[in-house]
Design a protein around this ligand. Structure first.
Ligand code: PEP
Ligand code: MN
Length: 359
């Protein structure tokens, strides 16, 4: 069961609901969203049904939820949510381009890849400082040094960045500098990590596990929401199938399904799913066409010498088409590219025709 509070609810109103539920033997998980607070109730449904929660001050609705996830469900919050990342956001009204190098490799490669990304219309930068690698012999990322490089590039370009955190012990350090924390596919069911990133209060980019069902993926998001942090963005990044010609199989239907049963934004990673540079633009077209709220793309100035995932990175000569594709397909879906919306300056709330170059 879920109690949806009005936007005018005070801490006292929320506390009154929680105390009443706890007195009847139940447990409450309070999630404070941008506009509304949602309280998830766990325990004996029949007993909750007897409580006059509807009549409590500033309670907007009391909903019985039949799905196993509550706080992230559409039942709890019928309107799609927008997740703020720095001065930008990911949500249903725009299409957000997140781009940057797969990994932070050097103090030269990272700013170059990020400038390429900004020029292509990205409003959020990406880059891995801590890399989850299949082989223990492969480059594991620059760690803290990588975070510092990313932080400096982000400040110079005036754009927020998302970076992966691979272990609960690193959450505090990474959350200090990153604008958004990424939980990678290989960690989607690392429940301790999900709780820690939730408690950090930072927005979270949650990738779908290589073999996770849509429900398992959404239940992982529910773990984060249970900490009171509703700033979760889901990312479809392809699943493992029998197919060998792509790195993973991009499940575009998962985007539409997740959007229909949760209020969370859903984005697509065409780089890690296709695994090849020439597939990235076609997969972006399918992602925007199915209704994704954004895409996250690998960009590299010199992929032949990349330490991680060179074959899937877009290069300088791909950028005009990336920019044009993002713009044209977003417009066809009745949406604008998020960086265009903010090109006049987020603080001024201005709209302009630029490509985010002013950021
Ligand atoms: C990444 O985005 O760098 C990454 C490792 O992705 P995934 O977890 O989807 O494989
Ligand atoms: Mn990668």
């Amino acid at each position: 069961m879920v109690v949806v509070m009005r936007s005018t609810a005070t801490d006292g109103d929320i506390e009154r609901v929680v105390a009443t539920v706890e007195k009847s033997g139940g447990e409450c998980f309070v999630s404070r969203g941008q506009h509304q607070t949602i309280i998830g109730l766990v325990g004996d449904l029949a007993r909750f049904a007897e409580l006059p929660l509807h009549a409590f001050p500033n309670v907007e609705d009391v909903i019985r939820v039949s799905r196993p996830f509550k706080l992230v469900s559409r039942d709890a919050q019928p309107r799609p949510s927008a997740v703020p990342v720095g001065a930008h956001h990911i949500g249903r009204e725009t299409v957000t381009l997140i781009a940057g190098p797969c990994a932070v490799e050097t103090p030269e490669q990272t700013p170059e890849a990020c400038e390429m990304s900004r020029d292509a219309g990205a409003s959020i930068l990406r880059g891995g400082a801590y890399k989850p690698r299949t082989s223990p012999y492969a480059f594991q990322g620059l760690g803290q040094d990588g975070l510092e490089i990313l932080g400096e590039v982000s400040r110079d370009l005036g754009l927020p960045f998302v970076t992966e955190v691979v272990t609960p012990a690193d959450v505090e350090t990474v959350a200090r500098s990153a604008d958004m924390l990424q939980v990678g596919a290989r960690n989607m069911q690392n429940f301790q990590l999900l709780k820690e990133v939730g408690l950090s209060g930072r927005p979270v980019l949650l990738k779908r596990g290589l073999t996770a069902t849509i429900e398992e993926w959404i239940m992982a998001a529910e773990y984060i929401a249970q900490t009171g942090n509703l700033k979760v963005v889901l990312c479809e990044r392809g699943v493992r199938t029998f197919e060998q010609m792509t790195r993973f199989t991009l499940d575009v239907s998962a985007v539409a399904v997740a959007q229909s049963i949760t209020h969370l934004p859903v984005i697509v990673d065409p780089s890690h799913s296709g695994g090849r540079r020439e597939l990235v633009l076609p997969l972006i077209r399918s992602a925007i066409g199915v209704g994704a709220d954004g895409v996250i793309v690998d960009v590299h100035p010199d992929p032949e010498n990349a330490l991680v995932d060179g074959p899937q990175a877009l290069i300088h000569e791909d950028l005009p088409e990336l920019r044009e594709t993002m713009q044209r397909f977003s417009a066809a879906m009745g949406r604008s590219l998020e960086s265009e919306l903010h090109a006049g300056g987020a603080a001024a709330g201005g709209r302009s025709q630029g490509w985010g170059q002013s950021a």
